[in-house]
Structure formats: structure tokens, C-alpha cells
Design a protein around this ligand. Structure first.
Ligand SMILES: Nc1nc2c(ncn2[C@@H]2O[C@H](COP(=O)(O)OP(=O)(O)OP(=O)(O)O)[C@@H](O)[C@H]2O)c(=O)[nH]1
Ligand SMILES: [Mg+2]
Length: 191
């Protein structure tokens, strides 16, 4: 897959001109947004990954296969940033989600082991209110090993009805890649 880094934006003025159908990666800090992006595009070091939360601090735009733009967003819920900084990120992410005309799909990531946290629910309601189509991705599914725990996770993670469903995903095994691509392709043809 031919993928290139376009630019990193720290303010709406720096967003690239809207063109191709755009896919946004949203979720708590450290949930695995950059890892998902790399796995979907089968590029190892495209989006920078770190075990340290708060790694991605701006909106990073990538052109994928000359057909899509993927946007890696900074994670929310990271405790070790100042209040002002957090408010700044929130404003940046919200203005992106509100104003971006070519935004086709949001991927809302939640950690399979922790499930829905208050801020994830808040974001899902916000996306619904603003009529942004989104699919829920349950990340790090490889960390759930026992069959009984897998059943339990799938039963409790449940996607909101207004979403496009939930896909269990692992950046380690590649589980879920095909399903997510299917959603991206389906929704992009609607634009
Ligand atoms: N076992 C396992 N580890 C994962 C998976 N996805 C991500 N990780 C690990 O989780 C950590 C965070 O991954 P990132 O992709 O950087 O997370 P992020 O959401 O982009 O984080 P921020 O940019 O800080 O918001 C890294 O140590 C990854 O190696 C997965 O599917 N399985
Ligand atoms: Mg990241």
C-alpha cells in the first residue's frame, strides 16, 4: 500500500485542503491509534508509536493509496498534561470534527481490557449528535487470551446502536484489519 505522510497540524489553519475521503482515528491516549493506522496501511513506522501515553500531539495527515486521507489524532484522557493544554487539544479536535467536510468515517478506539470509559461515551454521544458516522474498534484484543474472557469482552464491549458496529482488533495478529477496510471502502463510496 502506497502511503505518505502529508503534514502535522497544530491548528485548523494548518489542515490540508480537503480532498479525498478522510478517516479519523480517535480514542484515549495509548489506546493504539497510531498502531492501528500502521497496521491498516501495512507500514511499520509510518505513524510514530510509543508505550508512553501522549505520544501523538498534533493531527497527522497521511495519504493512503492516493485514495484516502488518514488522520492520526492526539489521544485524550492523558493525565500528565496541563489543563490549558488539554483544553487546547479538545478545541483542536472538536473544530476538526465539526468543520471537516470530507470526513467520511471516525474510528473510535477503546481498549478491549478496559472497555468504555466516560470520555469514550461522551465522544460517541458527541459524534452521534453531530451526525458523524463512526465505527468502534476494540484494540489490543490479543491481550485477552482465555476463551471465557473473550466471550465476556465481546458481550460487555457492545457498540452503541447508532454506530457502525464494533470490530475486535489486534495490531499484533492483524485481527480485524479486513473488517475495518471493508467499512472504509463502503463508506467512502458514499461521499
Ligand atoms: N499487545 C498489543 N499492544 C498494542 C496494540 N496496539 C498498540 N499496542 C501498544 O500500545 C502502546 C500505545 O500504542 P500507540 O499506537 O502509540 O497508541 P496511541 O493511541 O497512538 O497513543 P497516543 O499517540 O499517545 O495517543 C504501544 O506500546 C503499542 O505497542 C495491540 O493491538 N496489541
Ligand atoms: Mg499516537
Amino acid at each position: 500500500m502506497q502511503t505518505e505522510f502529508l503534514l502535522g497540524a497544530a491548528s485548523p489553519a494548518q489542515f490540508p485542503a480537503p480532498g479525498l475521503p478522510e478517516i479519523a482515528f480517535l480514542g484515549r491516549s495509548n489506546v493504539g491509534k497510531s498502531s492501528l493506522l500502521n497496521r491498516l496501511t501495512a507500514t511499520k513506522d509510518l505513524a510514530f508509536i510509543s508505550s508512553k501515553p501522549g505520544c501523538t500531539q498534533q493531527l497527522n495527515f497521511f495519504r493512503v493509496d492516493k485514495k484516502y486521507t488518514f488522520v492520526d489524532l492526539p489521544g485524550y484522557g492523558y493525565a500528565r498534561v496541563s489543563k490549558t493544554e488539554r483544553a487546547g487539544w479538545r478545541k483542536l479536535i472538536e473544530s476538526y470534527l465539526l468543520e471537516r467536510d470530507n470526513l467520511s468515517l471516525c474510528l473510535l478506539l477503546i481498549d478491549s481490557r478496559h472497555g468504555w470509559m466516560e470520555m469514550d461515551l461522551e465522544l460517541s454521544r458527541w459524534l452521534e449528535y453531530h451526525k458523524r458516522p463512526y465505527q468502534v474498534v476494540a484494540t489490543k484484543f490479543d491481550k485477552i487470551k482465555k476463551q471465557s474472557e473473550i466471550h465476556h469482552a465481546l458481550a460487555t464491549l457492545k457498540a452503541p446502536e447508532a454506530s457502525m458496529g464494533l470490530v475486535p482488533f489486534s495490531a499484533v495478529t492483524g485481527q480485524g484489519v479486513r473488517e475495518i477496510w471493508q467499512t472504509i471502502k463502503t463508506i467512502s463510496t458514499r461521499l
